[in-house]
Design a protein around this ligand. Structure first.
Ligand SMILES: Cc1cc2nc3c(=O)[nH]c(=O)nc-3n(C[C@H](O)[C@H](O)[C@H](O)COP(=O)(O)O)c2cc1C
Length: 324
């Protein structure tokens, strides 16, 4: 397949079965805390050894503080969570002063998720972060509305997605992850556009737009009316997008969406992900990421894989389907 990623040799890291290398980003294991579900780190420090995680992706950071959306902001659904937090955050200056120092000393890898309302805002956040040590990668959340284009999300149009990617690429040499939205008809077109514009790594997927009704009030349940669905309900959507995108682009893909167990992780790896991010399950089971890391080596062996990298893309057409 054209542009297919050959991750096995490039991705291998010594003899460590869980270690992965995604472009310039080296992680001791493929389990990353997903942006927005792990705060800035200290919130979970009493429950999880942050140094054990592959990395922590912090919640979205903007140029100026964002106040977020009116409440209610979260609503449980049978197999997932709807949220309309609205990317509330204190802005990049406060993040660098108050939050980054904790992460720097926590012994984990730090991915800073960046957000903006214009292309320039994204670039200015990335530029500000260049002055800071202790950041291992940037992750660009392109699901934000582009205020200069009537509010359509950057990630819904290949050209706008590429513009943001190029602008951030121009100001940083750090590994650059671009996070894809599932709310598009052709995720592969967006993936190819951002890869060409300079992304080193893709992450997929962000939440799926949805809504709920509160029958007691006969109103939309969320203050913002619509929200993003996460959790097990979106796993099949995420797997499909990871499977399609990872075969179409020549850069590593991080799989995200509804992961709750080590088995879920292995499904994403064989679908073509080189690592994963774990989000909503952490709210119910704060230790789950560590449990997955502990369970993964035996699970890989049971399926005939000597390492994470051997499993990547094993379900692609033309592959043997496993290490057996
Ligand atoms: C409460 C909440 C806040 C989130 N905030 C962000 C964010 O700031 N930036 C971002 O890129 N993704 C954000 N996400 C999306 C998650 O990182 C992830 O892509 C999504 O939840 C799917 O993974 P999961 O099913 O494991 O939660 C958020 C998700 C939730 C549930």
């Amino acid at each position: 397949m054209a542009g297919q990623a050959d991750l096995t040799p490039a991705g291998s890291v010594g003899e460590e079965p869980l270690a992965v290398r995604l472009g310039g980003l080296c992680l001791p294991n493929p389990i990353i805390a997903a942006s927005g579900t792990f705060g800035f780190g200290p919130e979970y420090a009493p429950f999880v050894r942050l140094s054990r995680l592959g990395a922590v992706a912090v919640k979205g950071v903007s140029l100026d503080p964002w106040p977020g959306n009116p409440p209610p902001r979260v609503w449980e659904t049978p197999a997932g969570l709807l949220n309309s937090i609205g990317l509330q955050n204190p802005g990049v200056e406060v993040f660098c002063r108050d939050d980054l120092p904790f992460l720097r000393q926590a012994g984990t890898r730090v991915v800073v998720n960046i957000i903006g309302k214009t292309v320039e805002e994204y670039a200015r956040v990335a530029e500000r972060l260049e002055r800071e040590a202790g950041i291992d990668a940037l992750e660009v959340n392109i699901s934000c509305p582009n205020v200069k284009e009537g509010g359509i999300a950057f990630g819904q149009d290949p050209e706008h997605a590429a513009l943001v990617t190029r602008a951030v690429r121009a100001v940083t040499d750090r590994p650059l992850i671009v996070k894809l939205s599932p709310n598009v008809s052709d995720p592969v077109a967006i993936a190819q556009a951002v890869a060409e514009a300079g992304a080193d790594i893709l992450s997929a997927i962000n939440t799926v737009v949805g809504m709920a009704i509160d029958l007691e009030r006969l109103r939309p349940a969320l203050g913002a009316v619509t929200g993003g669905l996460s959790g097990p309900a979106i796993k099949p959507i995420a797997l499909r997008i990871v499977y399609e995108v990872s075969q179409a682009v020549g850069i590593p893909v991080i799989g995200i969406g509804g992961i709750e167990t080590a088995e879920d992780v292995l499904e994403f790896l064989v679908a073509g992900a080189s690592a994963v991010m774990v989000g909503t399950v952490t709210f119910r089971h704060p230790r789950r990421m560590e449990e997955i890391i502990e369970a993964l080596p035996a699970l890989l062996r049971r399926h005939g894989f000597r390492s994470v990298n051997e499993a990547v893309g094993a379900a692609w057409p033309g592959r043997s389907g496993g290490g057996r």
